[in-house]
Design a protein around this ligand. Sequence first.
Ligand code: GLU
Length: 483
Amino acid sequence: MVRVRYAPSPTGALHIGGARTALFNFLFARHHGGAFVLRIEDTDQSRQVPESEAKMLAGLKSLGIVWDEGPDIEGAPYGPYRVSERLGRHRELAEALLASGQAYRCFCTPEQLEADREALRQQGLPPRYVGRCRDLSPEESERRRARGDRFVVRLKTPDTGETVVHDLIRGEVAFDNRVFDDFVIMKADFTPVYNFAVAIDDHDMAISHVIRGEEHLSNTPKQIFVYQALHFPLPAFAHLPMILAPDRSKISKRHGATAVEEYQAQGIILRALTNYLLLLGWSSPDGREILDLEDAIQSFTLDRVQRTAAIYDIKKLEWMNHQYMVQLPVEDIVALVQPFLTYPVREAPPLSEVVALCRERATTLVQLADQIRVFYHPPESYEAAGVAKHFGEEAASRLEALAARLAQLEPWDHDHLAALYDALSAELGVKRAALIHPTRLAVTGRTVGPGLFELVALLGREATVERLNTAVQRIRSQALLVE
Ligand code: GLU
């Protein structure tokens, strides 16, 4: 039975790296008919951010990622699903390792440890724990514990040989055991460190595949030592490639948003974001890039995860978003854009028609909302570059002539509008563009937008004529607000 988990530490918002890991685990579980577990790794209380857990859960759900077991799923069989509630088990196993001699108490003070590390550095050796307390006799160890000396618990790790991680994505990755010292498994407050707790929890939750980011690959040998010491069978491991910026640096704020809620606020359609995350290190067998979750579940296998770093490219995300913008049913886009309509919208023109007209030219829902606005609110100001170009000397009289003709036009539709502009431009001896550009600026305040005749046809006669007349007055009285 395939059982996988996503184990976030609640230290902030849900970022793309974590969301990608969660998505791949979710898809892997669904593809294989297995279970997807959400475990909250709140081991380090000092790094926790309030509300982070709730935000992460909401973020995952908003991406369409759902779990079979987790802290919010009642009656799930392997609970509790918060690591802070599993400490009894970690303590019990630490005691067992102490009793069997595979782990030992270390009473070294921080000063002592630092002095030892410094001595190694002086000799040109990598700083590590020198094993000072490794051979304390059980009696001595017990005597010092009873006396109340502070201690941590360290695991005895092998000094020779190598530990090989059989990674489903990266192949065999060998680690020289000499690089690992006897690392701490229980801190002085007798709480576990991540590498100890994670191995126990993964075992106890019957996790079959540990799928996580590559930054954890170097932790895996330590976790394998824990499995071995406790005689637990190993799960399979799969480490997902790093996500880097286009310049191959670590991604950060300056490369754009990285938290799921920020993308949402910027008007990225979450289904598009999920699709984009899917391509961060995975590709579909038939090369398709637009896949919904059902498609992704169908075709997701780990052998199509690449080893090389995935490049996080905001341009590609915007492209993806645009694909969703134009391919989803209009009603879906109408619903998605609602939260971004920060102004009143009237019955006419119908929002669905406005969306259908504008979506081709919008990359995000924020941009779409901005374009929709002109259909319900006349411009208060006009783009400066447009004013310089299109509201010259002749503009007021041309717009006035247009307004007069448009007031009479029957029927009010695209083709008749086009014919009217043709006729008037011939009469005035000007190019059609000399009428179209000023009209667009007068009606929308902008220099770009959907095709003018479609726009005006939808906007309606009354609003169009009124906006033209307003622009004429403003031009004549030099009362144009320019932006
Ligand atoms: N809590 C770890 C993290 O957030 C999880 C590591 C793991 O999946 O083992 O990175």
